[in-house]
Each structure stands twice: as structure tokens, then as C-alpha cells.
Design a protein around this ligand. Structure first.
Ligand SMILES: Nc1ncnc2c1ncn2[C@@H]1O[C@H](COP(=O)(O)OP(=O)(O)OP(=O)(O)O)[C@@H](O)[C@H]1O
Ligand SMILES: [Mg+2]
Length: 233
């Protein structure tokens, strides 16, 4: 039983072959962290999972549904919540509008922002009428995660949630991810360069090099130092 099951995924950017037979599984309630140096294909994998890039070969299952051929909007409706690298919120829209736009994709047609978003991120409630672009980096990241959670996803996909965020806020983001894990049987697939953070949060790790998974395992079985060599330049 897996919430996300990726089998032999291959993805191209035009003529360039970027991902080679990538397989990955995430159980409900668990977090998998994808690690690797810059440019190896981590974001490409997340985009492939979300349907923003097509699979040239391979399969993607969400909670046993084959979603390989479905659009990003359909995948959102089926339960994928995506927080892109660099956050990508709407800077001109208010916090409230950013959250309401996300609700359009909800599978149950509920158009009210779920309370849990404000429980996890009280600052969003406080700044409902503030424009997204006027928030700090950490607040924008909270908005981006809140927006994904507003869909009540089965799978939360996070691309470098700590990138460009000051250390005190990184701990806050970590605490939030831990709370999300405890609160539901949501599965999380996360790309993260900050290893200590990844090791505290993730159950499984996958290391990517040149578009292939070269190592994977349970974080609790492997000391952080053993994987450091694959990540640091
Ligand atoms: N829009 C694009 N068109 C063509 N090639 C691209 C495009 N985006 C990325 N690539 C190439 O695909 C490869 C993988 O990029 P990707 O963004 O997935 O890496 P990444 O592991 O997420 O890197 P980073 O750690 O910098 O975020 C790189 O060689 C990159 O040059
Ligand atoms: Mg990336």
C-alpha cells in the first residue's frame, strides 16, 4: 500500500533525456526526501509527478490510481498538493485570494479555506488582506504550503522548502511539517538540500545523480555523514 508509487519514470526536456528509470514509493503518513546536487533532476522529478512534464516511459500511481496520463489539474483534484521551488505565490493577490484560487481545484467542491491552514499558519490569518508579494520569504513559504494544504491533499510535494529562508524560520517550517505528518496520513515527497533538516523530517531518503537514483534507504538506519559525500560539492 503506497500513497505514491513511481515506476521507472523517464522524463525529457525537449531532446534532453533528464530522468532515467526513476522508481520511488511513499507510504501514507510517511515522508520521503529526495537529495542530490544542483541540476541532477530533482525538480524535474517533482514536475513529472505533478504532471507538469510528461512521462516518456514509466508509471505514476497516486493511492493506487494510475495518474500517468492525467493533467496537473486532475492530479490536484485526485489529491496532489504541490509547493514549487521558489514558492511561486501570486504577488499581486492577497493572502486570502491566493488561498481561494487554490480551492478551485478541490475535489469535493468545498470553497471555504480549511481551519487547519490557519491553525498551522496563524500569520496567514493575521495577514489575510496583505498582498503575497509583501510577505517575508518565510511567510511566503507558509502561504505556499497553506495553499497546497487547502486542497486537503493525500500527497504533499515540497521543492526545497527551506531555500532562501532564515534559520529561525527554517525551524518553524520543520515544526509545521512534523505537525502535518502527525495530523493525518498524508504522504510527503520533499526535495531538500539542507541535510540535517531532511534527516529529522524524512522516513526514507533517495539520492539522485545525473537523473538516476543511486542510493535509497531509511534515514534512521543511515548516519547523515554517509550520505553527505553525495550532496556536498
Ligand atoms: N526548462 C528547461 N528546459 C531545458 N532543460 C531544463 C529546463 N529546466 C531544467 N533543465 C535541465 O534539466 C536538468 C535538471 O534540472 P532540475 O531543475 O530538475 O535540477 P534540480 O536537481 O532541481 O537542481 P537544483 O538543485 O538547482 O534545483 C538540468 O540539467 C537543467 O539544465
Ligand atoms: Mg530544483
Amino acid at each position: 500500500m503506497f500513497m505514491l508509487n513511481i515506476e521507472d519514470l523517464n522524463v525529457f526536456y525537449g531532446q534532453s533525456h533528464i530522468l532515467f528509470d526513476v522508481s520511488m514509493k511513499v507510504k501514507p503518513g510517511e515522508t520521503a526526501c529526495l537529495l542530490g546536487r544542483n541540476g541532477v533532476g530533482k525538480t524535474t522529478l517533482l514536475k513529472g509527478v505533478m504532471g507538469l512534464l510528461p512521462a516518456s516511459k514509466g508509471k505514476i500511481y497516486l493511492d493506487d490510481n494510475d495518474v500517468t496520463k492525467t493533467s496537473p489539474a486532475q492530479r490536484a483534484k485526485l489529491g496532489m498538493g504541490y509547493v514549487p521551488q521558489g514558492r511561486d505565490i501570486f504577488p499581486q493577490l492577497t493572502v486570502q485570494e491566493n488561498l481561494l484560487v487554490a480551492l478551485e481545484a478541490r475535489r469535493d467542491n468545498i470553497r471555504k479555506i480549511p481551519d487547519v491552514v490557519f491553525e498551522l499558519f496563524p500569520v496567514l490569518k493575521e495577514f489575510l488582506d496583505r498582498r503575497g508579494g509583501d510577505l517575508s520569504g518565510g511567510q511566503q513559504q507558509q502561504l505556499a504550503i497553506g495553499r497546497a494544504l487547502a486542497l486537503d491533499p493525500k500527497l504533499l510535494i515540497l521543492d526545497e522548502p527551506t531555500e532562501g529562508i532564515q534559520p529561525s524560520i527554517i525551524l518553524e517550517i520543520e515544526d509545521i511539517i512534523q505537525r502535518i505528518k502527525k495530523m493525518s496520513d498524508i504522504a510527503i515527497l520533499m526535495v531538500e538540500q539542507y541535510l540535517e533538516f531532511a534527516w529529522r523530517v524524512a522516513d526514507d531518503y533517495y539520492i539522485m545523480a545525473k537523473g538516476s537514483i543511486i542510493e535509497s534507504g531509511r534515514t534512521k538506519d543511515v548516519p547523515l555523514e554517509n550520505v553527505q559525500k553525495h550532496i556536498t560539492i
